[in-house]
Design a protein around this ligand. Structure first.
Ligand code: GLP
Length: 248
């Protein structure tokens, strides 16, 4: 069962999720967390940076795993996930450099790099934070992904490539493939948080929660997880019946 928590405004949503993350880290300072990029988490990361600056939480003992990464585009492109996570979060908090684990599409042997990443994920993650694609993808686990999928190279859905223009900019080369943590490590995590904001996510949030569980909408597979939370703002929750909502 998924707990769905709705916040009245995007500001409320970002503030509360950031505060919740800071509290989580304060409780479990050595937590192992996987973090997403994209537009959705940016205001949440701003709140986490504030909390860390205020001394409410620290990343020093935590381990941060990058959730996914775009391939076939320059490593310093502004839309690369590693670049986005540094810009929004890592450059402004006290994360220990050797505790940051990234996916490397430039690796000579990508399959071996993915296997090494999965070996590190054998010990389940304490928290996976996710965004959601309009087709229901989580990380880069596109429709059709098996729940036991590993960290691997994936081809992106054409709509995902198109959507990435908002990260890379008009006229820039867009990625057609990437590397993602698989659904297996996501579903094995102790806690999963999925973040969604804006009306553009309302349809997929409704379908993921109310339509039958199916690999055609990978996020629906999270419904079998014992400790999964969807944090949504009013716009992303606008197509949900009230009965679906939980108390925060
Ligand atoms: C991208 C990423 C996902 C992200 C999702 C939503 O393609 N691979 O990790 O969560 O799509 O992105 P956004 O938050 O920008 O809407």
């Amino acid at each position: 069962m998924i707990h769905v928590v709705r916040y009245d405004s995007p500001q409320d949503w970002a503030e509360h999720v950031a505060a919740r993350f800071a509290a989580f880290l304060a409780d479990e300072p050595a937590a192992r967390v996987a973090l997403p990029t994209g537009a959705t988490p940016e205001p949440v990361y701003a709140g986490i940076v504030e909390a860390v600056s205020a001394g409410i939480a620290s990343f020093r003992r935590a381990h941060v795993f990058l959730l996914d990464e775009f391939g076939g585009v320059p490593p310093d492109a502004k839309g690369r996930c590693d670049v986005m996570l540094h810009r929004a979060l890592l450059d402004h908090v006290d994360v220990t450099p050797s505790h940051y684990h990234r996916l490397d599409p430039e690796a000579e042997d990508v399959a071996a790099m993915c296997a090494a990443y999965d070996a590190e994920l054998k010990q389940p993650l304490d928290l996976v934070m996710l965004g959601i694609g309009r087709n229901g993808h989580v990380g880069m686990n596109e429709p059709g992904t098996s729940p036991d999928s590993a960290t691997r190279r994936v081809e992106l859905a054409p709509s995902t490539t198109q959507a990435s223009v908002r990260y890379f900019g008009e006229g820039a080369a867009l990625p057609t493939w990437g590397i993602t943590i698989g659904l297996s490590a996501i579903l094995a995590a102790r806690t999963i948080w999925l973040l969604a904001n804006g009306e553009g996510k309302a349809d997929i949030v409704r379908d993921v929660l109310l339509e039958p569980v199916s690999a055609t909408r990978p996020a629906s597979l999270l419904r079998g997880h014992p400790n999964c939370w969807f944090f949504v703002d009013a716009a992303a929750a606008s197509k949900l019946p009230v009965g679906v909502l939980s108390r925060g």
